[in-house]
Structures are given as C-alpha cells and as structure tokens.
Write a new protein. Structure first.
Length: 426
C-alpha cells in the first residue's frame, strides 16, 4: 500500500549553494509547437476505441466512481505505525487533489475501534447531565429541528506530522500532512440542542461520546460548544460516510480532530472536564521538564506545498505551478509565502478563491524552473497575525517528546532530475 512511506529519509541539507536557482525562464515552452513536417502523432491521427465504440449505458454506475485512470488517488496507511488496522489511521492523498474540498471517498480515517456500522433507525442522541430537561433525539427528530445550516471546515488530527518531530522521516506529503480533510457539513448548531435541553448555570463542560466500540469520549468547554460546534449528518451534500461517523458526528471547528466525536450518541453536561483517556495519556504534550501541556485544542496555522512533493516530482523544466494548502484553527489565512531556496528568500503566493475561516485555503506560485536544485518551503500567516514557525523554533519550546501539534515549516528538496525528497534545513 505505501512503498513511499517505508523509504526513510533523514537528510540534513545545508542552505549553501542554492542562490539564484529557478529564476531564468531558460526558453522552455509551455506546449509543443506543431511543425508542418512533424511525424504524425497517433494520439491525433488514430481513431481511439472510445471514439469508435459505444460506451457503457446509464445503468452501469448507479453510484459513480472516479475514472479507472485515477486509481492511484487513494487513502494509504503506514503499516508500521499501529499494531492493527482497527485502531489506526490512513491518509488523505492531498498531493492528488485540487481546490479545497476533500472528496468523500478519500477523506482520511482515524478510528480507535474500527468503523461502526450504525443503523440510523436505531441511533439515538441523548443529552443528559446538568440540564433542565434531558432529551433523546432520533435522526428524524434532528433532521426536522429548526436551524439547519451548511458550512465547510477542515478537520486535522492533532497527530498530523507527529512522526516528523525528531526529523524528516516519511517520503510523501500524504504521510507527513495527510491527516486532514476539508468537508462541507450540514447539520445543526450544537447550541440549538443544548438550549432546547436547557443548560444549568453550573454546566460549564460537555462530554461527547461515540457509539463505536471505542466509545470515544472528549470534554468540550461550554463556551466552544455554544459558539460554533455542529452536530452534522451530511458531508459534501450526502450522508456522512460510515468511516466519518454515520449517521451523526460532532464538528468542532478549528480544534483538534480527536474532539470531533463520530457516531455521536450522547452529550453530557457537567461542571468540570472528565479527564478521559483521550485528554490525559493521549492528546497531551510531554515537555522536556516532565510537565505536560493539556487542553491544547486549537490547531495553529500551518501550510505545506503539495506539488511538488516526493509523490509528485517535478517533470518539466520551464514554467511550473507550485501548489499547496494552508489553514488555521484561529481564523482565516491572510497570506502564504513560498521559498525555493530553503527559507532565504520568500515570495508571496497566489491565494485561490476566498480564504474562508477554519477552512483549507489553496495557494499557488508560478515559477520558471531551470533544473537547479530547489528547497521548497511555505509559510502561512493567519488573520490573527500568527506566522507559522520553523521546526527548530517549535522544538526549542516543546522539546523532542511531542507527537501532537507539529505545525512547523516543511522543506522539500527538489533534485536536478525533479525527484523530490523530505528534508530539513540546518
Ligand atoms: N467515536 C469516535 N470518534 C472519533 C474517533 C474514534 O475513534 N471514535 N477518532 C477521533 C480522531 S483521533 C480523529 S483525528 C477524527 C478523525 O475523523 P475522520 O475519521 O473523519 O478523519 O475523529 C475523531 N472522532
Ligand atoms: Mo486524531
């Protein structure tokens, strides 16, 4: 499944010798000019099968799939990462995607007890604890509840990039940054349901619980619950996929993926956090002095160049479009800068479309590549003015024990032949 992931690359690369790379156009063309005496191109002169024969009829694919030529656009896992596949993770092929919406079939999956196959007719959402009126909703109750709306949000696992804390390791942006997806959700504001139940004055926390075999639970502060959390049943226009929590999941915009409880069956209101497994031994960061950071919910601003990257080398000299993604859990992306010389010089990237808050943002940099080695980096700035740090700057503050919340600047080394490698500048 993941040949690239097992190829280790622990190279440190010096900054020297890259000045002036990829500046001259070099006269390379954008398309082939047609000469009158050129050899005939069979792609033009031969009648192809698809042009000659009838294709399959409309009954062939009641639910459509991507073209067979796109068979490499798939989620991949890293087998050595976890003991089994039920408590495991696979990664979004972000190097193969365009724009900002992640198609449902390739949204990365993270589950602690496998995919629950929940019958929606048997599914209930209970609200209990410090409320005036404990409530139970069926899926039908939720779908007729006033206040439904739709909105796109990114979900990033706090462990995205966790394997890269001590140094460059996985050769593929899918593996270094693919614990992320960006989906257009439909559902209800969590506040509407909590208000219906009536939160008591002492109710300052909400425990969200899943119906899967892991019965995953997380404490969420009431302020966030009432601010922008959603109870969602649809993604990108259709019902949630089983992998993403069908029939109901919690959406906790901008905050770490672990809190977005899937197969959501219960919300308990309490007066203090519960100290569940996922907020004590996991999803906390052990610092060098033995203390641990906890309640590190927000995903800080981050960006990465997805093309080129180890799975998508540069193939042509001359004009090339570098492309990537940026996001922030604290607001929208204000700007992205790209360096092709390992962080010495920066150019402002072109932002594609609206930079929505708490949502993936696509950027491009048009370059002329003359075949010199490049060290490609991107650096996001969000609407709060926060600037994405270098990996060294992060390690200075957080030490080497961390797994979670690695938002350091990624470096790709593009060799003269276009092959691209995961490295760090030193
Ligand atoms: N019930 C339940 N919810 C869960 C999980 C789980 O194992 N069980 N995994 C969490 C983690 S760690 C993450 S990162 C996200 C992943 O969401 P996804 O599978 O849609 O990518 O779901 C969260 N919600
Ligand atoms: Mo996660």
């Amino acid at each position: 499944m993941s040949d690239q992931s097992t190829a280790l690359s622990r190279r440190g690369v010096l900054r020297a010798g890259l000045a002036g790379a990829a500046t001259a156009a070099g006269g390379a063309a954008l398309a082939q000019a047609v000469a009158s005496n050129a050899k005939p191109d069979p792609a033009i002169t031969e009648v192809q099968d698809w042009n000659r024969y009838l294709g399959p009829g409309v009954e062939a694919a009641p639910y459509g799939k991507p073209s067979k030529y796109e068979k490499d656009v798939i989620r991949r896992n890293v087998p050595w990462l976890t003991a089994g596949t039920e408590s495991s993770i696979n990664f979004t092929p972000i190097h193969e995607l365009e724009g900002i919406i992640t198609p449902n079939g390739v949204c990365f999956e993270r589950h602690h007890g496998g995919v629950a196959e929940v019958d929606p007719a048997q599914h209930r959402l209970m609200i209990n604890g410090l409320v005036d009126k404990p409530l139970v909703f069926t899926m039908e109750d939720l779908k007729r509840f006033p206040g439904r709306f739709s909105k796109p949000y990114f979900l990033e696992c706090a462990a995205n990039g966790g394997m890269e804390w001590k140094g460059a390791q996985l050769n593929g942006v899918q593996f270094t940054h693919g614990m992320i997806h960006n989906v257009w959700y439909t559902g209800l504001p969590l506040s509407a349901l909590l208000n219906e139940a009536g939160v008591k004055a002492r109710g300052k926390w909400v425990l969200a619980e899943g119906a899967d075999s892991a019965a995953m639970t997380r404490s969420i502060p009431m302020q966030k619950a009432l601010d922008d959390c959603m109870v969602a049943w649809a993604m990108n226009g259709e019902a949630l996929r089983a992998e993403q929590g069908y029939p109901l999941r919690l959406v906790v915009p901008g905050w770490e993926g672990n809190m977005w409880v899937k197969w959501l069956r219960r919300l308990e209101v309490g007066d203090e956090p519960w100290a569940q497994r996922e907020e004590t031994s996991k999803y906390t960061d052990l610092l060098a002095d033995g203390k641990a950071r906890r309640h590190t919910w927000v995903m800080d601003a981050k960006s990465v160049v997805t093309n080129p990257s180890p799975q998508k080398p540069l193939k042509h000299k001359g004009p090339n479009v570098l492309s990537g993604l940026a996001w922030s859990g604290r607001g929208s992306i204000r700007r992205v800068d790209v360096s092709i010389d390992g962080g010495k010089n920066w150019r402002q990237a072109r932002i594609d479309g609206p930079a929505l808050p708490l949502c993936l943002t696509r950027f491009y940099l048009d370059i002329d590549w003359n075949g010199q080695e490049l060290m490609v980096q991107s650096r996001a700035t969000d609407s709060t003015g926060y600037v994405q740090p270098t990996k060294d700057a992060l390690r200075k503050v957080r030490g080497l024990n961390s797994i979670y919340h690695n938002n350091g600047i990624q470096t790709w080394l593009v060799h003269a032949n276009g092959e691209t490698e995961n490295v760090e500048v030193s």
